[in-house]
Ligand binder design. Sequence first.
Ligand SMILES: Nc1ncnc2c1ncn2[C@@H]1O[C@H](COP(=O)(O)OP(=O)(O)O)[C@@H](O)[C@H]1O
Ligand SMILES: [Mg+2]
Length: 396
Amino acid sequence: MQRRALLGRETERRALAALAEQAASGSGGAVVVLGAPGIGKSALVAEAAARAADRGARVITAVGVESEEDVPCAGLHQVVHQLRDGIDDLPGPQRAALRAAVGLVDGSVPDLYLVGLAALTLLSDAAVKAPLLVVVEDAHWMDRASLDVFGFVARRIESDPLALVAVTRSLDDRLGGAGLPVLHLDPLTDEVSGELLDAVAPGLGPQVRRRLLVEAAGNPLALTELPVALRSVGGAYALTPGPLPLTERLERTFTARVSRLPVDTRAVLLLAALNGDGTMDECLAAAARMLGTAVDMAALGPAVGAGLLEPWGMVFRHPLVRSAMHHAATAAERQAAHAALASSSRGSPTGRRGTAPPPPPAPTRTRRGTWTPPPAEPCDAAVSPRPRPRCGERRS
Ligand SMILES: Nc1ncnc2c1ncn2[C@@H]1O[C@H](COP(=O)(O)OP(=O)(O)O)[C@@H](O)[C@H]1O
Ligand SMILES: [Mg+2]
């Protein structure tokens, strides 16, 4: 598949190229590439890996998989499998520990130190034949034991033609505690965002273009996928005030882990997404009404941990979390949430939202990637300035 050239990211590309070059010259190292979903971590690392491979390096990749998060050493197994020819050359105790760790033989859970040492020896031995780049992708979904081992290895790479690049959405994992250098990916600049949007969707009207840039907030996945989703409903949809249509990939990206959150957290997130001009108190009161039990600020904690909300309040980490929460809910859930919001505010001293109609219906995804549009309601409200930070909205 033809890969689209990366735009911007010059500093980060130079940093990864320098790491690969150092490894090739025999003094490797490790780095953690950190950034939000869709921000371009994998694309950046894939480009660096392709360049290293062109220059003669061997690249091996282990990928964290959500369904294997609790399978000890599942990530390590991927690496060991690719280097299995070298296992027999390991010193006896290391060989035994590594085999037991990845389930090649029965045995008690081996000592982490010995497994780490074995992995380091295996990688260093392989790196003697050709410089080796190990990519630990989606480390946020990798099992803890593997991350412990990769962290152990990464801290000890010195005079080997070996580099380890771990890619993660959050530093709350074992690699975060390993004290490795971190390459943090920020949103693309406005200029690069505009360039990317114009490349994937040339000829957008100025208002639609502006709305997409605002909603994407420098996230390249959003910049490339929002125009795709919009294409099926017509560009004018971007001028309506409701949530934008999303592709399945965008929805999945921005609601990752939502299904695992506690029920009160999910309720508050949905209410925050629907209650665009409301307050946090309204959301909490409506959640209590929806669930029939008290709901307080503690319900926000898991959403912060999942990277959906900012730690300082009920503010979405990315504008598209709002749209994604909206689309990820069933029609019945949205209806219940609207009802709870309406009756909470009827009971509030201001009654501000008591008679407010629900927002216009969002397009409904009927099949993978296809949408049934609501009646078009052209409106400029979506691009007009907003007077104050609101429930679920990023303060910028
Ligand atoms: N700097 C960039 N220039 C152009 N496209 C980019 C850039 N960074 C990422 N992309 C594109 O955005 C999408 C999401 O990037 P990806 O690397 O998968 O994000 P992440 O791994 O952080 O979730 C991909 O289609 C990728 O090709
Ligand atoms: Mg990725």
